[in-house]
Design a protein around this ligand. Structure first.
Ligand SMILES: Nc1ncnc2c1ncn2[C@@H]1O[C@H](COP(=O)(O)OP(=O)(O)OP(=O)(O)O)[C@@H](O)[C@H]1O
Length: 270
């Protein structure tokens, strides 16, 4: 039971710098098992660097990072591989291999971690993951350049889900999508989160996404996580960036949209 209450990601005293530029200083964060945690902050506040540190791509100057209860900074090669098998990552822009088809892209992590899988099984798993992300089966043999931006995101998500991860990292998944595409992607994340029992670490600038799917939101500013909480909890704080972000024109529009949707749902339920 104690293990279930333990945060799935625990970051303490994190410091990251590039030359003279200090990006994080004494940053702390817990991600709870099973939640969708939104990570927001102004441009350049270090959201992607934080994600890269957690997944082992950006070794910090100092600090502790625990993932799945294990010290992520002191694991040996075999333990690091075992850890990577348990998470999936959708990088900004999808980061698909342009010379591989969608199905081949999805097969990349499968080949890396399970080299003995035969081609028939690889094809079957890839086809399943493609459909799971709402793409038509016909998308499998297509190249990324033949897909729309929204379809590429879904293909990137299919690859992130290839290994049946428990933990999903998403870096600005709805950036560049039109509002309807973004809403559809949010709904997909929400439904996969529920059906697969995922924990989601979600970097976003999209207020609609925060309102629609996040259980809690972590705010990066001043080189730290300055606040973590539900949106009503954050709205009660008087930090200027938080107030500007959530109560500025875009924040008010997102709040109004949520109220509208709720009212429509209630009216439909009567
Ligand atoms: N490899 C690197 N070398 C040098 N500086 C870097 C490197 N990676 C990130 N930075 C710097 O660290 C800072 C934080 O970058 P990061 O990409 O994490 O910001 P972000 O909050 O994700 O921004 P955005 O919302 O614009 O994507 C930026 O000033 C960036 O230029």
């Amino acid at each position: 039971m104690a293990e279930c209450d333990e945060p799935i990601i625990r970051v303490r005293g994190l410091k990251n710098s590039f030359g003279d530029q200090i990006v994080h200083d004494d940053l702390n964060l817990d991600v709870r098992r099973g939640e969708i945690l939104g990570v927001v902050g102004g441009s350049g506040t270090g959201k992607s660097v934080l994600m890269r540190s957690i997944i082992g791509l950006q070794p910090p100057d100092t600090g502790e990072i625990t993932v799945f209860g294990e010290n992520a900074l002191s694991v040996d090669e075999a333990e690091a591989t075992a850890m990577r098998k348990r998470w999936g990552v959708l990088f900004q822009g999808g980061a698909l291999f342009s010379t591989l088809t969608v199905a081949e892209n999805v097969q990349v992590p499968l080949r890396e971690f399970y080299p003995s899988l035969d081609q028939g099984l690889l094809d079957e798993i890839a086809a399943y993951k493609v459909v799971m992300t709402g793409l038509a089966p016909e998308a499998g043999p297509k190249y990324p350049s033949e897909l729309s931006g929204g379809m590429r995101k879904r293909a990137g998500l299919a690859r992130a889900l290839a290994l049946d991860p428990q933990l999903l990292f998403l870096d600005e998944p709805t950036a560049g999508l039109d509002p309807i595409g973004a809403e559809g992607f949010d709904a997909l994340i929400k439904s996969l989160h529920k059906t697969l029992g995922l924990t989601v670490f979600l970097i976003t600038h999209d207020l609609d996404t925060l309102y629609a799917i996040c259980d809690r939101v972590a705010v990066l500013a001043d080189r730290k996580v300055i606040a973590v909480g539900t949106i009503p909890e954050l709205l009660a704080m008087d930090h200027p960036w938080i107030q500007e972000y959530f109560n500025g024109p875009r924040g008010r529009a997102a709040t109004a949209a949520v109220k509208r949707n709720k009212a429509q749902q209630e009216a439909g339920a009567v």
